[in-house]
Design a protein around this ligand. Structure first.
Ligand code: AGP
Length: 610
């Protein structure tokens, strides 16, 4: 959602905050703002922009505020339109307290009324603005106490950075149901929504737990709980590299990230899959005995990660023969799911912070299920709150539309499937040997798809003018049809639907005509003949057809379709090369249409509100 960054140290705060905000912009880009305090002059500068971080940077470049402590915010609007007045930071009546916030304060209306009755004057429509006023109201000489008392009044979700001229040597951070980390540098500290903001400055990161607060002074960070008890800080070393959070010569992060797909497979496999097929998952944390007790699996996720979870059902049921149910996390939580201590709940999330998915795994744990999260972000809330974790090891993903991490999720699900199958002796040794060899060869197949990007670019040029698209797939490639459609919708704003090819004739075929193209996944597999028939049905309705086919396959030679060849891999592993082709197609269509690929309208990378 929103991106937040705070700095306290010996350097000039403004350039560091600007730089970090650029890296946090993928979390939201409706408006931006900074507050910098100049300790020497005793001056607090607040500068805001009603649009993106770039506009703010332009303004600040003209006149960079001095000061070694400050904060910056990039907003994804929830309460109040994206206007200057609603941009963060927000202040109290005296302009001494400034606050930036990510999350939603659910009881803000009631607090606002209470504060207005005490003559506090509000200027914005945001929920956040109650916080500086509450601190103003509660301040009796000790800032930390005033902040703690104020936070105790809040319901909902927040990650915040708070500064007050009452105690200008302090920078305070707090979190509840929203992510916040503290970067620990050499005599400097950073409070940020995520690690990407701080990696150029430090690899040492303090993980703030739920309901914890950090007060940073020149002596370092003090972590405490909301009731004031001191908490021993959890510090980790982050392995991510700054180059991974830069475009590296590509026009967009998404282009770079799609091009990292082969590495995403290799990184997810590295050190985990022995030549004999034995799978070792470092932080997974379940013993064979515990795994043997698993009677059923529920997968919860959102968006692209939900489609990865759907693939997980195909993978795990096939390999381990354990029944798997997949459900959008936002539904799971509210419908009293039937689970118990013999259910393994698998949370799939790139960020590990998606509010719906986090809430779903919390509900699962409350109901005594065991929880494993498959996530990219080390130390994310889901990772911390699960019984076991499988990390993607993809490095940061900045493009709002997921690409390489979808690939890594699927790769990890193959590993999880093999691990679960092994403990039940469900996998025939010949199949395991073959699958292991195929998985190890997968990065090369993915690279071949990437090397053929030009073919997809040409195809995108041909199809970019259509307004509607249908994606169809069968079997294990059905979730890939869904993801192909989502990718196109997200970044090119074209209407696209994903369907199981066999379902087309039961209704959606009525939509098709010469202006409604169909993208068919027609690579080698058990149902290819059926897919070819479905394509014929589409062509009979005059709809243009583009199709993914396996290298050297002549099955569509006689059919009037645009063919894109992808390397031959087994049907079981084909979702990975296939989806890379669909990601490239969506990317090129979006570029043809002049869309903002990395920051699609109305979206944010990490959705930390329900
Ligand atoms: C991906 O392209 C989307 N932007 C979105 O659907 C995303 O997958 C979803 O919000 C879940 O995010 P997560 O993987 O971080 O939980």
């Amino acid at each position: 959602m929103c991106g937040i960054i705070g700095y306290l140290g010996e350097r000039s705060a403004a350039p560091i905050i600007m730089d970090s905000l650029k890296r946090l912009e993928y979390r939201g880009y409706d408006s931006a703002g900074v507050a910098i305090f100049d300790q020497d002059a005793g001056d607090l500068s607040v500068v805001k922009s009603a649009s993106k971080v770039d506009t703010l940077v332009e303004r600040l470049t003209e006149e960079m505020p001095a000061g070694r402590v400050g904060m910056g915010h990039t907003r994804w609007a929830t309460h109040g339109r994206p206007t200057l007045i609603n941009a963060h930071p927000h202040s109290d009546c005296t302009n001494k307290v400034v606050v930036i916030h990510n999350g939603i304060i659910e009881n803000f209306a009631e607090l606002r009324r209470e504060l207005q009755a005490k003559r506090h004057v509000f200027v914005s429509e945001t929920d956040t603005e109650v916080v500086p006023h509450l601190i103003e109201e509660n301040f009796k000489g000790d800032l930390v106490t005033a902040v703690r008392e104020s936070l105790r009044r809040l319901r909902g979700a927040y990650a915040m950075v708070i500064f007050s001229q009452h105690d200008p040597d302090l920078l305070i951070g707090a979190r509840l149901n929203a992510p916040l980390v503290v970067g620990v540098g050499e005599k400097e500290w950073f409070i940020a929504s995520d690690i990407t903001a701080v990696i150029p400055y430090t690899k040492k990161v303090l993980l703030l737990g739920e309901g914890e607060m950090v007060a940073i002074s020149s002596l370092g960070p003090q972590v405490s709980s909301m009731d004031g008890a001191s908490v021993k800080p959890k510090i980790i070393d982050v392995k991510w590299d700054i180059s991974q959070a830069q475009k590296g010569g590509y026009p967009h992060f998404m282009a770079k990230e799609i091009n990292e797909s082969a590495d995403a497979v290799s990184n997810a496999l590295r050190g985990r899959l022995a030549d004999d097929g034995e799978v070792t998952l470092e932080e997974f944390g379940f013993t064979d005995r515990q795994l043997l007790k698993v009677r059923d699996i529920k997968m919860v996720a959102a968006g692209t990660s939900f489609y990865a979870a759907l693939l997980g059902k195909y993978i795990i049921e096939d390999l381990a023969r354990i029944p798997v149910e997949v459900e959008p996390a936002s539904e799971f939580r509210y419908r009293q799911p039937i689970i118990d201590q013999d259910t393994l709940v698998v949370g799939i999330s790139q960020s590990g912070e998606t509010a719906d998915t986090l809430a779903a795994i919390r509900e699962a744990r409350r109901l005594k299920a065991k929880v494993v999260s498959v996530t990219n972000v080390v130390g994310s809330s889901m990772a911390l709150e699960s019984d076991g974790v499988v990390y993607l090891h993809s490095g940061p993903e900045i493009g709002v539309a997921s690409s390489k991490t979808f690939i890594a999720h699927i790769t990890c699900l193959y590993l999880l499937g093999i691990r679960l199958a092994a403990v039940r002796h469900r996998l025939d040794p010949t199949r395991l040997k073959q699958l292991t060899a195929e998985l190890k060869a997968l990065p090369a197949a993915v690279q071949k798809v990437l090397d053929r990007a030009e073919v997809l670019q040409k195809l995108a040029r041909k199809y970019a003018g259509y307004r509607n698209f249908m994606y169809i797939g069968r079997g294990i490639n059905y979730p890939i049809a869904l993801e192909g459609a989502l990718k196109l919708k997200e970044i090119s704003y074209l209407h696209a639907e994903g369907y199981a090819a066999g379902e087309l004739k039961h209704g959606p075929i009525a939509l098709l005509d010469k202006n409604f193209p169909v993208f068919a996944i027609a690579t080698q597999g058990a149902t290819l003949e059926k897919m070819v028939s479905n394509i014929q049905e589409v062509i009979a309705r005059d709809a243009p057809v583009a199709a993914l086919v396996t290298d050297g396959d002549h099955v569509l030679d006689e059919v009037a379709a645009d063919r894109v060849e992808v390397p031959a891999v087994s049907e079981f592993l084909s979702p990975i090369p296939n989806v890379v082709a669909l990601q490239l197609f969506a990317y090129f269509v979006a570029c043809e249409r002049g869309c903002n690929v990395d920051q699609p309208r109305n979206l944010a990378k990490s959705v930390t509100v329900e």
